[in-house]
Write a protein that binds this ligand. Structure first.
Ligand SMILES: *Cc1c(COP(=O)(O)O)cnc(C)c1O
Length: 224
């Protein structure tokens, strides 16, 4: 990529509807490059590992009043407390036990984190997340997690799908959120759809994504 990070951010921002929140995924991206993205206008940053994020957040403390950190990677239960202390959004809540643990800890810490429930529209052995039937079955228990602000759904389509199939996954995610909303839960309001990465964000936006999570297209290929 020959263009600068600032140019790439400006180009993508200009393509996205203003209602779509652009989350810059900064895993494996050093703090000084995050600073460049900040200067180019990014205020939402996504990380997939709690420890890596905390180290960079320390280096970027001066930005912290203006920045929102999103945890987007699988969260192990033993890191749940650290995650709550360092992220205001968790997109990757992927099972009921984790949701209940986060709810308990959030109560103790006096925080009300924003969360998305990660769902697998198609079976995918390589990804964590609820199956659709399991998520529907767990809604009564999730509705009791009063310390969590359950904001919506997150999904990642399986690898190697055709565009039409990816679009279908995203459309079905939106329809699932709608179906859940029609059940009128007191504490579950699906307003956010966190879907779309560098390779498929345009399809996600077409299907109604409200948050896209972009790494490679902004910062280049990650090593490894
Ligand atoms: C790495 C990652 C992204 C960004 O992926 P790119 O293809 O680099 O844009 C988005 N979401 C999740 C959950 C990720 O782990």
């Amino acid at each position: 990529m020959s263009s600068s990070i600032g140019e790439r951010i400006a180009k993508i921002r200009a393509q996205l509807p203003t209602s779509v929140r652009l989350i810059a995924v900064t895993k494996q991206v050093p703090a000084e490059v995050i600073r460049v993205a900040y200067k180019a206008g990014i205020r939402d940053f996504g990380e997939n590992r709690v420890q890596e994020a905390i180290a960079k957040q320390k280096e970027l403390q001066d930005l912290s009043p203006n920045v929102t950190w999103h945890l987007i990677g699988h969260l192990q239960s033993n890191k749940a407390k650290k995650a709550l202390e360092n992220f205001s959004w968790i997109h990757s809540v992927d099972n009921l036990k984790l949701a209940q643990r986060l709810n308990e800890l959030a109560k103790q810490l006096g925080v009300t984190p924003n969360v998305c429930l990660q769902v697998k529209i198609l079976p995918d052995p390589n990804k964590s997340g609820w199956s659709v039937p399991q998520l529907l079955a767990d809604l009564p228990a999730l509705n009791c997690c009063q310390n969590l602000q359950i904001q919506g759904l997150m999904t990642i389509p399986p690898l190697n799908l055709k565009d039409a199939e990816i679009l279908d996954v995203f459309n079905r995610t939106r329809e699932l959120a709608q179906k859940i909303n029609e059940q009128n839960w007191s504490h579950i309001h699906m307003q956010q759809l966190s879907m779309g990465m560098s390779g498929d964000y345009q399809l996600a936006v077409q299907a109604g994504a409200t948050m896209v999570r972009l790494g490679t297209i902004l910062f280049g290929e990650r090593p490894g």
